[in-house]
Design a protein around this ligand. Structure first.
Ligand SMILES: O=P(O)(O)OC[C@H]1O[C@H](OP(=O)(O)OP(=O)(O)O)[C@H](O)[C@@H]1O
Ligand SMILES: Nc1ncnc2[nH]cnc12
Length: 170
C-alpha cells in the first residue's frame, strides 16, 4: 500500500481552511510505520549520526525510531517552558506573530553529526528554528527529514542550505 494511504485528511482542523494531515493511521500500522522508517533510513545510506532531534510533538515518534536504528542519542526540541534543565531558544514566524522552540543547552556537543526529524514540512518556520538551535551549539546538520512535505507552501526554501528528505510529497 502506498504510504499516502496511511495519511488521513481532516478538513477544517484545527481551523477553518486547513486540511490537517493526520498521521495516526500510519502510527497505528506496523507495516506502514516500518515502510516509512525504511525510506527515511535508506535516504541516509551509511552516514554517521550522533544525535537525532525530534520536534514536539509529532516529530517525536519517528525520531526515536531513527535514533535507535542509528545507535544515536534522541534529543527533544520542545515548546517553551517544557524542558526542565537550562535551555537555548529560537523564535520563528507564524501566520500571525511568533513562536519559540527550546532545546537543552547540553543536548549537542560541537561537531556532533545531527539528524533533524519532524512529521510535516509546511511553511518551514519550525524547521528553520530547529536548525538555528543546532547551529548555536555547534552541531553539524547531516539531514533534515520529514514524513511529508506540503510543497505548495515552499517551506524547503527556508532551509535550502541543508540536505532535505521527505517520504511523501503533497
Ligand atoms: O513548517 P511549519 O509551518 O513551521 O509547520 C510544521 C510544524 O507544524 C506542526 O506542529 P505543531 O506546531 O502543530 O505541533 P504538534 O506537533 O505538537 O501538533 C508540525 O508537526 C510541524 O512541527
Ligand atoms: N496541514 C497540516 N497538517 C498537519 N500538520 C501540519 N503542520 C502544519 N500544517 C499542517
Amino acid at each position: 500500500m502506498a504510504l499516502e494511504q496511511y495519511i488521513r485528511d481532516i478538513v477544517d482542523f484545527p481551523k477553518p481552511g486547513i486540511i490537517f494531515k493526520d498521521i495516526t493511521p500510519l502510527l497505528a500500522s506496523p507495516k506502514g510505520t516500518e515502510e516509512c522508517l525504511q525510506l527515511l533510513i535508506n535516504s541516509l545510506k551509511e552516514k554517521q549520526i550522533d544525535k537525532v532531534i525530534g520536534v514536539e510533538s509529532r516529530g517525536f515518534f519517528f525520531a526515536t525510531l531513527l535514533a535507535h536504528h542509528f545507535n544515536a542519542g534522541f534529543i527533544p526540541v520542545r515548546k517553551p517552558k517544557k524542558l526542565p534543565f537550562e535551555t537555548i531558544s529560537a523564535s520563528y514566524e507564524l501566520e500571525y506573530g511568533t513562536d519559540t522552540l527550546e532545546m537543552h543547552i547540553d543536548a549537542i556537543q560541537p561537531g556532533d553529526k545531527v539528524l533533524i526529524h519532524d512529521d510535516v514540512l509546511a511553511t518551514g518556520g519550525t524547521a528553520k528554528a530547529v536548525c538555528e538551535l543546532v547551529k548555536q551549539l555547534g552541531g553539524e546538520i547531516v539531514q533534515v527529514n520529514f514524513l511529508m512535505e506540503l510543497s505548495f507552501l515552499n517551506g524547503r526554501e527556508k532551509i535550502k542550505e541543508y540536505d532535505i528528505f521527505t517520504a511523501i510529497n503533497y
